[in-house]
Design a protein around this ligand. Structure first.
Ligand code: ZN
Length: 233
């Protein structure tokens, strides 16, 4: 799996979460920059762009929330059929390394760039792992979309923090419902009081899976983003 595909899929999830919450030109630009743009600003991003990106985000959220592989594939195919153009390679007139775009042109509107690059990355994840390319966090009160680019069984939570929170909440519920049942004994044997719970369903190093990638480790070398290197790469 290409690092750039994971990066673009994670960026899609983060932008969907932000755009469907309370986005501003500044906050959206900040996320775009955090996922690879190196310059001081995101060129030309306006309030109108953000409004159009919200519509794209609503469609992409359906993909993260898809019940099964077939539904996710159908949603992605509809997005690609309606918005993607023949893939092309570009360097943005020498400003970036050669990379792939499937939006209409190098300076396509931000919403088109966001929708198409996200759909392409999610489609590649889906084909790579043959499952829904992400999900909606199962932790109580979270509801955040996440991309799932890991091998193995599907994730259920947006972050290790939510996985831990859900496990703690689950323990409390089980204690309240059946304090002396055999199930409870098994749980307490597996995780005695005082022992920190193991992370649930979050496997391997996931530097970009936290709520805010800017607060984690360095994003590494400039993203050679095959799908989305618009003004950056
Ligand atoms: Zn969560």
């Amino acid at each position: 799996m290409l690092r750039s595909t994971r990066n673009t899929a994670d960026r899609a999830a983060e932008l969907v979460a932000l755009l469907l919450d309370a986005p501003t030109v500044e906050s959206v630009g900040e996320v775009i920059r955090a996922y690879g743009e190196r310059g001081p600003g995101v060129p030309g991003l306006t309030g109108g762009d953000v409004a159009a990106m919200r519509e794209a985000a609503a469609r992409l959220r359906e993909v993260f929330a898809a019940a099964d592989l077939g539904e996710a594939a159908g949603l992605l195919n509809r997005i690609l059929a309606g918005s993607a153009r023949p893939p092309r390679l570009t360097t943005h007139d020498g400003a970036a390394d050669w990379h792939l775009h499937a939006d209409g042109e190098d300076d396509a509107p931000w919403a088109e760039w966001f929708l198409v690059s996200s759909a392409m990355a999610l489609a590649m994840l889906l084909a790579e792992h043959r499952r829904v390319p992400g999900g909606i966090c199962a932790a109580p009160g979270c509801d955040r979309p996440f991309a799932d680019s890991s091998p193995g069984s599907p994730r259920r939570f947006c972050s290790s923090r939510c996985a831990t929170r859900a496990r703690v909440a689950g323990h409390r519920t089980r204690r309240a419902v059946r304090p002396a049942g055999p199930g409870e004994r098994r749980e307490t044997e597996a995780h005695p009081p005082g022992e920190p719970p193991e992370p649930v369903d979050v496997r391997g190093p996931r530097p970009r899976k936290t709520e805010d990638p800017r607060k984690t480790e360095d994003p590494g070398p400039p993203a050679r983003d095959l799908l989305s290197g618009r003004y950056w790469d």
